[in-house]
Design a protein around this ligand. Structure first.
Ligand code: PLP
Length: 443
């Protein structure tokens, strides 16, 4: 049957009608029919400070009145310089140097390229593979997708993908090794060492991981000491560690960066999403001094970059977003509101048998659905809860995010609940009330 396509915009589903947004204020979005939606997932875990923040709009206007675009090989700008300094001050350890890009996919690909270049500059040209985990998501462009273990998004492009993830995820709810923490002794982290032995440390540039797994599985949080072990292994075999903080960065988990919960300093970090809180496209790769020193002493130039990299307009916006987070002490609020949210989600788990697990940190919370809570058997693909719940919630005026990376018969029937940092106690109660009602309607 032919599908009637109603507009020239190619949307995620060609046969679906989407509401037209009118405007946003705080944690609410409004469509042109006047319906309000509570933004329970900050769009795509992006609108971290909510909608319509005046200081960001003012910064945008002020910069536009000066200049919006200059090209990175011709000019720098006060906005880009100040933003890089601020990011370096938020970032752990010696992560001091910032390469600006426009999306999370570009940020992870740039990290991958810098890692390879770092070894090349030292004559170690064989070190060019990037290891990664299954059940991960690092972006949709081919380099980023190669590193991603998001089966649904990879599926169509397998012939074009260079690498395959080689390590199991730290997924305690369904341990890939059938074990339990802490008696498992972090088998999932130790598996990285086995992969290194198999592939050869001389062939590997870096290992990349999302500190908390987001889009593939719904806030899967590794156990304590997991990243300490990962970092130890990476150092032992001279392999760089890239933290993909595109979703977990810039305060989302109640600390400046997700990896800070483990107290580990990565060699490279990829940022995006909340960096500009969605006010303009902006992303970045942050590199440690040690890496940039090597490149500065060698070719002096990172072989990457995009037309819009470091454009003053997006830099001014991101700087205003970071200042807003600092001025309103929002990272502390994330921690506080996160506790309220997770407690509310756990209460829903008591009420609904289909909720198998609730997890996350700060305002990055996940919920996984199961057909049978005791056996953890997932629903078959066509009966998955995620899509049905998202639709019910949207009808009821709540936005939640799909985090379903699996395919038929696999785990991954999960959602993310990740509202803006400015959400109030009452607004969280409202979010939970609508979620409860939407879950109730599924039966
Ligand atoms: N890395 C992570 C951890 C992500 O969650 C995402 C997007 O969801 C990306 C990378 C890709 O970012 P973008 O969609 O901005 O290209």
């Amino acid at each position: 049957m032919r599908v009637k396509i109603k507009s020239h915009v190619i949307k995620p589903l060609l046969d679906k009608e989407y509401p037209t947004v009118s405007h946003g204020r705080g944690v609410y979005l409004y469509d042109t029919e006047g319906k309000a939606y509570i933004d329970g997932c900050s769009g795509a875990i992006t609108a971290n400070i909510g909608h319509g923040v005046q200081s960001v709009i003012d910064a945008m206007k002020e910069q536009a009145q000066k200049v919006s675009f200059t090209y990175r090989s011709q000019f720098t700008s006060d906005a880009a310089e100040e933003l890089a300094t601020k990011l370096a001050s938020w970032a752990p350890g010696d992560l001091d140097y910032v390469f600006f890009v426009n999306s999370g996919s570009e940020a992870t690909e740039t990290a991958m390229k810098i890692a390879i270049q770092y070894w090349q500059e030292q004559g170690r040209t064989g070190k060019n593979k990037i290891l990664s985990r299954w059940m991960s998501y690092h972006g949709i462009t081919l380099g980023a997708l190669s590193m991603s273990g998001h089966i649904l998004r990879r599926k169509r492009f397998i012939p074009l993908l260079e690498e395959f993830p080689s390590v199991e995820p730290p997924y305690c709810y369904r341990c890939p090794f059938g074990s339990t923490y802490p008696s498992c002794d972090l088998l999932c982290a130790n598996q990285l060492e086995q992969a290194i032995h198999r592939i050869g440390a001389d062939n590997i540039a870096a290992f990349i991981a999302e500190p908390i797994i987001g889009a593939s599985a719904g806030a899967v949080t590794p156990p304590p000491y997991y990243y300490q072990r990962i970092k130890e292994i990476c150092e032992r075999y001279e392999i760089l560690f890239i933290a993909d903080e595109v979703m977990t960065g810039n305060g989302r988990t109640g600390k400046p960066f997700g990896i800070d919960h483990w107290g580990v300093v990565p060699d490279l970090m990829a940022l995006g999403k909340g960096m500009s809180a969605g006010y303009t496209p902006m992303a970045a790769t942050i590199a440690s001094k040690r890496i940039i020193d090597v490149i500065a002493a060698g070719s002096k130039s990172i072989m990457s970059g995009h037309t819009f990299s470091a454009n003053p307009q997006s830099a001014a916006v991101s700087l205003a977003v970071m200042k807003y987070i600092e001025d309103h002490r929002l990272i502390g609020k994330v921690e506080e509101r996160g506790q309220q949210l997770i407690a509310g989600l756990q209460a829903l788990m008591q009420k609904y048998e289909i909720i198998g697990d609730v997890r996350g940190k700060g305002l990055l919370c996940g919920m996984e659905f199961v057909k049978d809570r005791t056996t953890k058997e997932p629903f078959p693909f066509h009966l998955r809860v995620t899509e049905r719940l998202i639709e019910k919630a949207m009808n009821n005026g709540l936005l939640i995010y799909s985090a379903s990376g699996g395919i038929d018969g696999q785990a991954g029937d999960a959602i993310l609940v990740a509202p803006p940092f400015v959400i109030t106690e009452e607004e969280i109660n409202e979010l939970l009330f609508i979620l409860d009602r939407s879950l109730g309607e599924l039966a």
